[in-house]
Design a protein around this ligand. Sequence first.
Ligand SMILES: [Zn+2]
Length: 324
Amino acid sequence: MVKNFLGASKRYVLNHLDDPAIVLLYHRVTDLAIDPQMLSVKPDNFYEHVKFLKRNYYLLGIEEFSYNITKSKKMPSKSVMLTFDDGYADNYYEALPILESLDAQALFYITTSNLNTDYELWWDELERILLGSYVLPDYIETSSGKHVLRLPTSNTAERLTSYHSLHPYCKYSTPPERNRMIENLRESAEISAEGRKSHRLMTFEELKHLSESPASVIGAHTLNHPALSVLSYEQQQEEINQSKIFLENVLEYPVEHFSYPYGAKKDYNKKSMRICRETGFKMVCSNYYGQVHSRTNCFELPRILIRDWNKQNFSQYMTKIFQY
Ligand SMILES: [Zn+2]
């Protein structure tokens, strides 16, 4: 209660000094049969979101937003920036045409290791194995460190419980450990590594086409999507630097922006911020709820995660975000 009051008071003061701006976070624009992490927004809803923002807010281009925040300048009133994380193919096929048709621009942060492959990102693979249509034995096994994890999978409820219990183990493992856990799981379930077309990331060609549109700017989002906070300084450096270099080799122009995988305060640390600064990124986004002001640290900008809301729910949420 006291904390809420202090937070509201701080926002009240800050918002009188300069108008708040908001960064919105999307992941996918498509229609999925199941979406346990709620990362997808249906194309019709996304169209309504962008149209509503164009009419009622000031949808800034990435260059303008980045210039303002890196120079600690005040944003125009009701400023909003759009961002996407991860690099799903639907960003190119579904989101981009909508952005282009409404003359809007978004910043697309790309995880590079699964580009141009048939493999799914680990959380999608976990979903495919445990919540998909495969017939599974009564339990399947994997291991985390020295612990063997036996996951009950004899019915839908057990499969869902197993999915939710394994998810945090994978999220906070290093990429090699995580990949081994998923591989063990796949072997135990006798399922192939080839992913669903509906869950693939972009090809290099699609990424290049996306980058050539005036409706997009490309940023980096690591090689393997780890929680950076579980990695050593050197491992973080590899994930952050190499994803920038990888994208620059594909796109043949400088990549100046980055977002932390998962992006909550516990998912990155001061080392991550220092590496981002030393790597030469201009603007870095996190993923915690908050408004942006001219003095907000441009190496951990808060973002607002957007769900598959219809126009009415989206507009109510936008009003709430901008409130003092
Ligand atoms: Zn991500």
